[in-house]
Design a protein around this ligand. Structure first.
Ligand code: PLP
Length: 385
């Protein structure tokens, strides 16, 4: 198990840092391409917000995926990594003018529009440039997902998307505007979803909406079902690659795609989470009254998911085979929430041991902050060590 990490090489590096196992990343991408290849007119975009490390992005780009961006900065990062603008889509509730202009200048594949005021601004800015923006409407399908409340996005109470009852009005409105072209519908119900029934519920909802649009002879060229496929945080070694077969099969079985339609997916976490680990060192072992603390040199500034979502990450001492002991693994930040895990078993640890915090490739490095004037963690890929 420990053999999967180049621990001796890690010892020569300053901690904390992110390590990306590019063999696993490439294997994951191959699996995606194999499974997608079994279905006609399925296309996968990578949700850049999960991890925009340039080296990681470049590998994903080379595998042929498109890029799903949620900011102008992500569009720039995608272009730098090599993604052609014809494979870039741009979503987000609050697109500013420079971001829209950037997308227009590049001629990206589509803007995923989340409100009528936004549609009008895109039309206005496109008119100024004498161009036509391809748009898809993000519809809030009011479909719940069995995941953490902070990462469900498809309920009526969430800020995202356009309400279903307004869908036709918005599409008709777009038809009246000269500088936008309606291309498709976009959905995204949340993240870290492991129940295929949640995706099935989305399919059923989309089927209903499509029937409604057919009655009014509205042509939708593309359906974008977002991302959200979860990973196994408990078993990063046993289940390193998510079940993409079950995921794509669910859509193939339950979504009634029209013969002229393409189906887009925007996967983030499922692509990159398992290949990344946050590598840190034990600084001190402190005996409390009731427990012992392993104080490590990584903190919530490097990986905020445990503090923010109470997320579980498997933690391993990869430089020791000593018997297991129970620790709270905590960071150096001046916040009580700066805890990676409570009462977990680790091989007995000493100052200087290398600790791997697993499944941290998604929403890890990209969410790092400089709070406490901390340096941002570096990111290394296998080939660099
Ligand atoms: C975050 C996001 C995704 C990716 O979600 P994952 O759970 O990482 O797959 C896809 N689409 C949109 C619109 C998003 O906001």
């Amino acid at each position: 198990m420990k053999g999967i990490f180049p621990t001796e090489k890690f010892k020569r590096l300053e901690t904390p840092f992110y390590y990306y196992d590019t063999n696993l990343l490439r294997q994951t991408l191959r699996t995606i391409n194999e499974e997608v290849g079994k279905h006609e007119r399925f296309e996968v975009h990578y949700a850049v917000k999960a991890n925009a490390n340039p080296k990681v992005l470049n590998i994903i780009c080379q595998a042929g995926l498109g890029a799903d961006c949620v900011s102008g900065g992500e569009i720039e990062a995608s272009v730098r990594a090599g993604f052609p603008s014809s494979k870039i889509v741009y979503a987000g509730v609050g697109k500013s003018d420079w971001e829209i202009n950037l997308g227009l200048e590049l001629g990206i594949l589509a803007f995923n529009v989340e409100s009528i005021p936004e549609l009008e601004i895109i039309n206005e800015l496109a008119a100024k440039k004498g161009t036509v923006a391809r748009v898809a409407f993000r519809i809030n399908p009011n479909v719940g997902a069995h995941t953490h409340a902070n990462i469900t996005t498809g309920l009526a109470e969430n800020k995202f998307g356009i309400a279903m009852r307004d869908m036709e009005e918005v599409i008709n409105h777009a038809a009246e505007l000269k500088n936008v072209e309606f291309k498709g519908l976009h959905f995204h119900i949340g993240s870290q979803i492991l129940e295929m029934d949640d995706f099935k519920a989305l399919c059923n909802r989309i089927n209903d909406l499509q029937d409604q649009l057919d009655k009014h002879h509205i042509i939708v060229e593309s359906i974008n079902v977002g991302g959200g496929l979860g990973i196994d945080y408990n078993h990063p070694n046993r289940i390193p690659v998510p079940d993409f077969q079950a995921y794509f099969d669910t859509y193939a079985r339950f979504l009634k795609l029209r013969p002229y339609q393409t189906l887009h997916f925007e996967l983030g976490r499922a692509v990159v989470a398992q290949c990344g680990s946050l590598i840190t060192r034990t600084l001190y072992v402190k005996q409390g009254d009731f427990k012992q603390f392993a104080i490590v040199d990584a903190g919530m500034t490097d990986l905020i998911r445990p503090a923010l979502y109470n997320a579980y990450h498997k933690i391993e001492n990869i430089s020791s085979d000593e018997p297991l002991e129970t620790y709270d693994v905590v960071g150096p930040i001046c916040e009580s929430s700066d805890v990676f895990a409570k009462a977990i078993d680790l091989n007995k640890t000493h100052r200087g041991d290398i600790i791997a915090i697993r499944s941290a490739g998604a929403y890890g490095e990209i969410m790092a902050s400089g709070y406490n004037c901390r340096r941002l963690p570096k990111g290394y890929i296998t080939e660099e060590l």
